[in-house]
Design a protein around this ligand. Structure first.
Ligand SMILES: [Zn+2]
Length: 163
């Protein structure tokens, strides 16, 4: 009798061997095919084990990936939020620095109390700007920044006109 062929092995591995008594009787009598059958069974078992662990790995991989994505989204959210505030805070401060610089440039000795009416009103405006900033921080920092910018523009044009 011929050894077990591929098709028969497939049937055997799929556990349909019971229908084939001829195959079973061959396995009992043929040591070569018995060894081959054992090898194939082990191979199939190993393969299914590997496939299962791969699937399990996939599961953890995807859940890890999901967690990382969510974390990244959170980071993005918080970074865009802090970026907004990071810019919202220095902009009015930078504007204020420009205002201070302009005032100081006009008054080379800053300790001298400005007596000129335009400087006094500038000073008052500056104080008003500062007041607005502290009063509005942090709930409406961006409108305050715009307000400061607008005032700075008015102040600058006023200074240019004064010269
Ligand atoms: Zn055989």
């Amino acid at each position: 009798m011929k050894h077990i062929d591929e098709q028969q092995w497939n049937a055997w591995l799929a556990e349909r061997q019971d229908r084939d008594s001829l195959l079973n009787s061959h396995l009992l009598s043929c040591e070569v095919c018995r060894a081959e059958g054992k090898r194939l069974r082990t191979m199939v078992a190993d393969f299914s084990k590997a496939a299962h662990s791969e699937a399990a790995q996939d599961e953890s991989f995807w859940s890890r990936q999901r967690a990382q994505t969510l974390q990244r989204v959170d980071e993005h959210k918080s970074s865009s939020w802090s970026l907004r505030w990071r810019w919202a805070v220095p902009v009015p401060i930078a504007v204020l620095s420009v205002v201070v610089a302009l005032v100081l440039m006009k008054n080379p000795t800053p300790k001298v109390i400005p007596v000129q009416s335009s400087d006094a009103s500038d000073e008052a405006l500056l104080l008003q700007v500062q007041y607005d900033m502290y009063r509005k921080v942090p709930s409406a920092l961006e409108p305050a920044g715009l307000l400061v910018q607008e005032r700075n523009r008015v102040l600058t044009s006023k200074k240019t006109q004064a010269k």
